[in-house]
Design a protein around this ligand. Structure first.
Ligand SMILES: [Zn+2]
Length: 224
């Protein structure tokens, strides 16, 4: 791959991911990033090995905690166990705007259940069933298209799955994970010659800054 991933979840999120204490939808974005990022794959292996080691030691101390269950839970994250439930053939690809994109492994099962693509100008979005009260969707942005400037009422995570997107703070390529908090305002846009597919995780609707609020209300609903 010609580029290196620059935006990672960070150690705190990776540790919480390994411990299994992240919100299901945040965990999905982190898992999909790890699928795309050799650097975080290595970190994740180190974290789970370290965590397993600490739990092994704790297990030797008498108390009521079910260390064996915790340990097997953590170990099972390292090597995904064969699922015993109904086997579904996951969608490896997603089609939108006449384009076909390959999805990271972690996304394939849920993304195969995505809702109808809704289109607004050069932007298309399709909901993915969420594992919490968050909102997750696939977001396709045609080349040379701007998402109106907005701020965040909650957490916004955007994982670039293909192509490139830029905002006031930088340029993001496939695998880059952008995390925006309620204080961040930005105007994401695609480049003149490249479209983009993202995974979007929102804990609350976006708040659009420019133009008439009434005019932008449908936009808010479109993205959430
Ligand atoms: Zn990474």
């Amino acid at each position: 791959m010609a580029h290196a991933i620059k935006y990672h979840p960070g150690m705190a999120l990776l540790e919480q991911f390994a411990e299994g204490c992240l919100n299901a939808d945040v965990a999905l974005a982190v898992a999909a990033h790890i699928d795309l990022c050799p650097h975080c794959q290595q970190l994740q292996r180190d974290i789970t090995t370290d965590l397993a080691g600490r739990l092994m030691q704790q297990r030797l101390k008498p108390d009521n905690t079910n260390w064996d269950a915790m340990l097997s839970n953590i170990m099972s994250q390292q090597e995904p166990a064969a699922r015993t439930e109904v086997i579904e053939v996951p969608a490896q690809q997603v089609q939108v705007a006449g384009r076909e994109f390959t999805l990271p492994r972690a996304l394939q099962r849920l993304a195969s259940k995505h809702g109808k693509w809704l289109q607004l100008g050069g932007i298309a979005t399709a909901k993915i069933p969420a594992g919490s009260d968050y909102h997750i969707s696939l977001l396709y942005i045609s080349k040379d298209t701007e998402v109106p400037q907005h701020t965040h009422l909650g957490l916004e995570m955007t994982l670039v799955l293909a192509g490139k997107i830029a905002d006031e703070n930088g340029e993001y390529c496939a695998g880059d994970l952008l995390i925006n908090s309620p204080d961040d305002t930005h105007t994401p846009r695609t480049l003149p010659d490249e479209d983009c597919l993202c995974l979007s995780v929102l804990s609350a609707p976006l708040q659009f800054k420019k133009g008439l609020t009434r005019l932008l209300n449908p936009l808010q609903q479109f993205f959430y």
